[in-house]
Design a protein around this ligand. Structure first.
Ligand SMILES: [Zn+2]
Ligand SMILES: [Zn+2]
Length: 327
């Protein structure tokens, strides 16, 4: 099978011809139809996240068709369409797994990081972490739901009943979260890289009441700020924009260092928290909600062989929506 392979951090992916993987007892062999490119893939390729499996097939927003089943599988049939997310395996016995926080499992393994992912024609995945995909979505369109959607949704859930949401970084996750937030009757403002008029227009088209540079003051105090851009300096900026008792939620897996800031912008019961990974419950909830809400995804499709170009476009901030690789 063709695959795009990371052989060492900070090097371009290389095209490789590999033998087809064999499914273990609880795994499915999946013919990949689409795999979205997540900012986390960039963090792995760029070496921001340490110790990936090497060589590695990246990619954790996979849509594909079951072509072979391990002997202990029971949830899916040959020919079924499934989605494979970032959470690839959990131990089931640690205190986090037992306490409903499998996203924090001590021994969790992640797709496209410790487990080979979807930048390939075929992949294997533990069926317990695979999900059925609503037939209303095409393969390319569905792929960004698997991480931008799922982890974006978990991030939005941390907003509680906040009415006015500030979204910092308007990429793949934000454009999905914005649609869910609007459906829930919330208002939202979008804060982008200074001068990124295209992203600001994109946000307004998705219902942003206001969109502007992240360096400008918010027109109104925010109830909650969701940060999707990997820029630590946005944490104090968002705190300064947030009302008393409000929360700043960091939705990414990696951020540049957060600069020091005066205690007065945290005081008055403001909180800063992060979101890590996803649980299977997040996935089930969000994948049921998305077709009801009518969540649409904006995608730019690339041939699998052009994975490096897709990563570059994401790195440059040149995308409105999500890049998706198609084998
Ligand atoms: Zn565990
Ligand atoms: Zn991701």
């Amino acid at each position: 099978m063709h695959a795009q392979l990371l052989t060492a951090a900070r090097r371009p992916l290389v095209a490789a011809e590999l033998p087809a993987p064999h499914p273990g007892p609880e795994q499915l062999l999946i013919a990949v139809r689409a795999c979205a490119v997540c900012r986390t893939d960039l963090h792995v390729v760029d070496g921001d996240l340490g110790d990936p499996k090497l060589p590695l097939i990246p990619g954790h927003e996979i849509i594909g068709t079951v072509v072979e089943k391990g002997e202990a599988t029971e949830r899916f049939a040959i020919g079924d369409r499934v989605g494979v997310p970032w959470l690839g395996w959990t131990c089931g016995i640690c205190e986090y797994c037992r306490g409903g926080q499998e996203n924090l499992c001590d021994r969790a393994r992640f797709t496209g990081y410790q487990i080979d992912g979807g930048y390939a024609e075929l992949t294997v995945a533990d069926e317990r972490y695979c999900f059925a995909i609503d037939p209303h979505y095409g393969d390319v369109e569905a792929a960004p739901l698997m991480c931008a959607g799922l982890i974006g949704y978990r991030t939005l859930r941390m907003a509680g009943d906040a009415r006015l949401v500030g979204i910092y970084g308007f990429g793949a996750a934000a454009h999905i979260v914005a649609q869910v937030a609007r459906h829930q009757g919330r208002r939202f403002f979008a804060f982008t890289r200074p001068g990124d008029v295209a992203a600001q227009d994109f946000a307004r088209a998705l219902g942003a009441e206001w969109a502007g540079d992240s360096t400008t003051a918010s027109p109104e105090p925010l109830d909650v700020a969701l940060i999707f851009a990997p820029v630590g300096a946005l944490v104090p900026a968002a705190l300064a924009a947030t009302r008393k008792g409000g929360t700043v939620v960091c939705g990414g897996i990696h951020m540049s260092d957060i600069p020091s800031f005066p205690y007065r912008i945290l005081w008055e019961e403001r909180a800063v928290r992060s979101v890590a990974n996803l649980t299977r419950r997040d996935a089930e909830e969000f994948l049921a909600l998305a077709p009801d809400v009518g969540v649409r995804t904006e995608t730019v499709a690339y041939p699998l062989a052009e994975a490096n170009r897709a990563l570059d476009d994401l790195r440059r901030g040149a995308l409105q929506g999500a890049a998706v690789l198609v084998p």
